[in-house]
Ligand binder design. Structure first.
Ligand SMILES: CC(C)(COP(=O)(O)OP(=O)(O)OC[C@H]1O[C@@H](n2cnc3c(N)ncnc32)[C@H](O)[C@@H]1OP(=O)(O)O)[C@@H](O)C(=O)NCCC(=O)NCCS
Length: 178
């Protein structure tokens, strides 16, 4: 795989026409293993998921390379007394791992999220202690590692220790490689 030109990475809302590109990564167990998503099993399932989940989502973007979907980044805002915060999640197609795309994505997404949702004070991410790549991404994007939440939740039937990371609206995004 040739080295990706990170200036060709963009974020945009999902479209129904993303279905075939979407299935390539959302149909891959290695991508969905750490997510609450079920691996997409067919084109039909992918279409339904884009239409019913991705498009109406409060803030979900397709990570695109040359305008084609190679992953997602989502922000899910809490409500009521927790409306100061939102959870961030993301994934990249396996063919493109290790090229800085997730880091670049967070550096683009975080300022945009605080602009789009101006009431937000805090973005947070929960990461499996075993998911070293995702922890590294968050560190490179300037998130603060707050600590480990022991036996915090079940993920696909297995109870997990999770690392909690945060980024505040007043924090500085690292300017390297934006
Ligand atoms: C986690 C994920 C998004 C990373 O995407 P990516 O585009 O490969 O990330 P980047 O290239 O920006 O950075 C990855 C970093 O992790 C490091 N890394 C990768 N595997 C690692 C491992 N097993 N142990 C330690 N570090 C690791 C890389 O070396 C790199 O750090 P560096 O730049 O200091 O060398 C991608 O692996 C993925 O989609 N995984 C499945 C979904 C997922 O886990 N989502 C996050 C849920 S919280």
């Amino acid at each position: 795989m040739a080295k990706v030109d990170l200036s060709k990475i963009s974020l945009r809302p999902f479209k129904i026409s993303d279905v075939d590109d979407f299935l390539l990564w959302a149909g891959d167990d290695r991508v969905t293993r750490n997510l609450r998503w079920k691996t997409c099993g067919s084109r039909e399932e992918a279409l339904t998921f884009i239409r019913d989940v991705c498009i109406p989502h409060p803030w979900r973007r397709s990570i695109c390379l040359h305008h084609r979907s190679i992953g997602f980044v989502s922000v899910y805002p809490w409500s009521g007394d927790d409306s100061c915060k939102a959870d961030i999640g993301y994934a990249i197609a396996t063919n493109y791992w290790g090229q800085g795309i997730a880091t670049k994505t967070l550096k683009m997404a975080v300022p945009q999220v605080f602009k789009d949702l101006p009431h937000l004070l805090r973005l947070q991410a929960f990461v499996d202690v075993e998911n070293r790549a995702s922890q590294r991404v968050l560190e490179k994007a300037g998130f603060l590692r707050e600590g480990v939440l022991r036996k915090f939740t079940y993920l696909k039937g297995v109870v997990k220790d999770l690392v909690l990371f945060s980024f505040l609206s007043t924090d500085e995004i690292s300017s390297e490689n934006i």
